[in-house]
Design a protein around this ligand. Structure first.
Ligand code: SF4
Ligand code: SF4
Length: 302
């Protein structure tokens, strides 16, 4: 039978063998997460500054950080498995996964504010293929005809709904390995998965951003969310006939005056063009009209 009282002056031993529960403080919780939170916050600031400044060099610095830090070091990528977890409302415990929630929250909020900024600047795989796009000589490129491009863009929505349907029926999360290559940043995968990735990357040499434009279910999800986007790219009335931006957009996201929000990744290419007073007809027409007004002869006052 356990003793009911201890030696005088000393705490009585716990007769039932229960230990005092240690109380976890915020310092205990945040301690191991400070560095991750700080580095992720720094990355988000970099991504936003490069986006707001429409700076090409800063965009490529962001890509390097996305590939190196978010991809290979942390494997922070939004995956179809996260969409499964949201559907099941089976999410990681917030206080032990603060950096992940910051990452996820930034993706959702930035999509609602600006559209697929995640695809255009944050996703490590997207950053990798967009970097490949500038490295690979243009002569290897096959330009997908516009009519085919428009239809092919629907494939990713078919994959998204197909995979979600499959998951809801089977609860088999491993389906992810057949529809996304993000596991590559964790450097694991079967021989078949690496072979499939090799084929995908080889195809990307010829068709730029192939996976992102036509196949990615996460891109499709963010594209659908982009219908909610608050701050959209502005267009001029001249965009209807000019088409300079439409031809420059590598994502097939411009149709006359309209930006197709499901496809636009906020890459800045069109925005830089129509801010350029030497190229964009909108500014040239304003310039022309102002000069015409300036040389109009003065009319005698009646
Ligand atoms: S489309 Fe998919 S792979 Fe491409 S950038 Fe977006 S989430 Fe990443
Ligand atoms: S060029 Fe413009 S419309 Fe096309 S993806 Fe980039 S930001 Fe979007």
């Amino acid at each position: 039978m356990p003793a009911l009282s201890g030696v005088e002056g000393q705490p009585a031993p716990d007769p039932w063998g229960f230990e005092d529960e240690t109380v976890e403080t915020w310092a205990d919780i945040l301690g191991p997460q400070y560095l991750d939170l700080a580095l992720l916050a720094a990355f988000i600031v970099l991504a936003l500054v490069s986006f707001k400044r429409k700076s090409v060099p800063l965009k490529f610095v962001t890509f390097a950080a996305a590939i190196g830090y978010l991809g290979f070091v942390k494997s922070y990528l939004i995956s179809i498995t996260n969409i499964f977890s949201v559907l099941d409302w089976n999410l990681p415990v917030v206080r032990y996964n603060l950096a992940w929630y910051l990452f996820f929250g930034f993706t959702v909020v930035s999509t609602v504010l600006w559209g697929r900024l995640y695809c255009g600047r944050v996703c490590a795989y997207g950053a990798l293929t967009q970097t490949l796009d500038v490295v690979i000589p243009r002569r290897f490129r096959f330009e997908v005809p516009r009519a085919i491009e428009k239809r092919a863009a629907w494939i990713k929505f078919g994959i998204l709904f197909g995979v979600i349907g499959y998951y809801l029926v089977t609860r088999d999360m491993l389906i992810y390995q057949y529809v996304e290559p993000f596991w590559m940043f964790g450097l694991f995968g079967t021989t078949k998965m690496w072979l499939a990735l090799g084929v995908l990357l080889a195809a990307t040499v010829f068709v730029r951003n192939l996976y992102c434009r036509f196949l990615c279910p996460v891109g499709a999800t963010l594209g659908l969310m982009s219908y909610l986007t608050v701050f959209r790219i502005k267009r001029w009335s001249e965009c209807n006939t000019c088409k300079i931006c439409e031809k420059a957009c590598q994502w097939g996201a411009i149709e006359g005056p309209k930006i197709v929000m499901t496809e636009c990744v906020r890459c800045d290419d069109c925005e830089r063009l129509y801010a350029d007073t030497a190229i964009c007809p909108h500014w040239r027409i304003i310039d022309y009209n102002s000069k015409k007004i300036a040389i109009l002869p003065l009319q005698p006052v009646q």
